[in-house]
Design a protein around this ligand. Structure first.
Ligand code: FAD
Length: 416
């Protein structure tokens, strides 16, 4: 073990080279900012979260990688929700959305997708260092920031950036360090997942749809990938996991057995590799920023992935992080102002989709969600939300308000 002697200076240091880090790094480098991005796991590396949303397309186009993503992806024209409990089954084709401009997305192996974004950042002039894990960051007023990272040989490397973007994903490097991360009590869940070959796929005009199978205390995703591979996972709430003795992975097959629509599709399938679990995974940090840093993507907050919103939220928050960093480099007072504003926007955007996610296991909401009437374009507004439009345009938000009013009335009737 050893240490290098000369700290490296740069304008912005990005911790983590997932979608959030690579996006922010590319945007900054495009503006002539000197950026170093550190990634602990060399690309390509496995990551869960393979289904993108139509609103991702504009961002990928802007970054110049849309063609490459199309080449590795499975065309996704919509999302399908299925319930075996008599609540129904409904396809939500993105072409019926009120917005956005793009009416499809792609489903991708994240090892390939994340590498495309990472190499794109490199091509834009970002200095990327793989196999370097950030282990320490010291921020002090009127003193240079020190970030320390360790390589795979145990050698330490020190950096003195003018600003830090934390894009370390669920590791949440700064939020954990500052003890600002809190579990989301509305949505405390865990996931169990694996890749399978030969799962029964949807055909004809449903080809490429993501399927969400709603079961008791949770839901399954089925995401079609290339080469006849299907990503399949179960996400359960607290009830699903309570009383579970033995490995959590046993619950996967128990839940498959309880859901005829899932069991039927998995019957001819071959499992590839072990089932993996991710526990207690919804959380949010108290704040996105502090003196000299801003958190983006999962490093700040994570919402249950039932609507495949994670990569989009991460990339959008990267655009915000890049704006904050640029303002900070001009002048920290301006940086603080922009950081406050961007934090509010991120929180508002998450709230716009969180209410629907929190209710996903509520029988009343399921009933309405799977049988929405298109009065006032309520159904089309839900499709816009599923396409990733969390912006707050009136023509989407007004019908969503109507949907929520109907939902409240139904809940009230159900309770009385
Ligand atoms: P990440 O993609 O996690 O990237 C963070 C990077 O930082 C990693 O490469 C990591 O190695 C690196 N890193 C961490 N710590 C350090 C350190 N100390 N030093 C250096 N590098 C470090 N989203 C969707 O859009 N669609 C889905 O279908 C979907 N399904 C999901 C299913 C599950 C079960 C889960 C858990 C998530 C799912 N998501 C989905 C969410 C999505 O995966 C994330 O929101 C997205 O990856 C966030 O991107 P990010 O760049 O913030 O973090």
């Amino acid at each position: 073990n050893g240490s290098d002697t000369s700290p490296r200076a740069c304008d912005v240091l990005v911790i983590g080279g997932g979608p959030a880090g690579s996006t922010a790094a590319t945007l900054l480098a495009r503006q002539g900012v000197s950026v170093i991005m550190l990634e602990k796991d060399p690309h390509p590396r496995f990551h869960i979260g393979e289904s993108l949303l139509p609103c991702n397309m504009a961002l990928l186009r802007d970054l110049g990688v849309l063609d490459k993503v199309r080449d590795i992806g499975v065309f996704k024209p919509g999302a399908e929700f299925v319930s075996d409990r008599g609540e129904g089954r409904l396809a939500f084709p993105f072409r019926h959305a009120i917005s956005p401009r793009d009416t499809h997305a792609y489903q991708v192996r994240r090892s390939e997708f994340d590498e495309i974004l990472f190499r794109n950042a490199q091509a834009h002039g970002v200095e990327t260092l793989e196999g370097l894990r950030v282990t320490e960051a010291r921020f002090a007023p009127r003193q240079p920031t020190h970030v320390v990272a360790q390589d795979e040989a145990g050698q330490t490397h020190t950096f003195t950036p003018r600003f830090v973007l934390d894009a370390s994903g669920r590791d949440g490097f700064l939020a954990r360090r500052f003890h600002t991360r809190h579990a989301d009590k509305n949505n405390s869940t865990a996931a169990i997942f694996a890749h399978f070959r030969n799962v029964v796929r949807r055909e004809a005009d449903m080809e490429g749809y993501i399927s969400i199978h709603l079961v008791d205390d949770g839901w399954f995703w089925m995401i079609p990938l290339r080469d006849n591979i299907m990503s399949v996972g179960f996400v359960g709430d607290k009830n699903a996991f309570s009383g579970q003795t033995g490995p959590k992975t046993d619950l996967f097959w128990k839940k498959v057995a309880e859901s005829p629509s899932v069991a039927e599709r998995l019957a001819p399938a071959e499992q590839l590799g072990e089932l993996t679990t991710t526990g207690n995974y919804s959380y949010c940090a108290d704040k996105t920023w502090g003196e000299g840093y801003y958190m983006i993507g999962d490093a700040f907050a994570f919402l249950d992935p039932v609507f495949s919103s994670g990569v989009l939220l991460a990339m959008k928050s990267a655009y915000r992080g890049a704006r904050v960093a640029q303002a900070w480099l001009r002048n920290p007072a301006e940086g603080r102002k922009v950081a406050r504003h961007e934090e509010q926007c991120t929180r508002a955007e998450m709230r716009r989709v969180a209410w629907l996610i929190y209710g996903i296991n509520d029988p009343v909401q399921r009933e309405l969600f799977l049988n929405p009437r298109n009065v006032l374009r309520m159904r089309d507004a839900i499709i816009s939300l599923l396409a990733g439009d969390f912006v707050g345009r009136l023509r989407v938000q007004v019908p969503l308000l109507a949907f929520r009013a109907v939902l409240q009335t139904m809940r009230w009737k159900w309770a009385s």
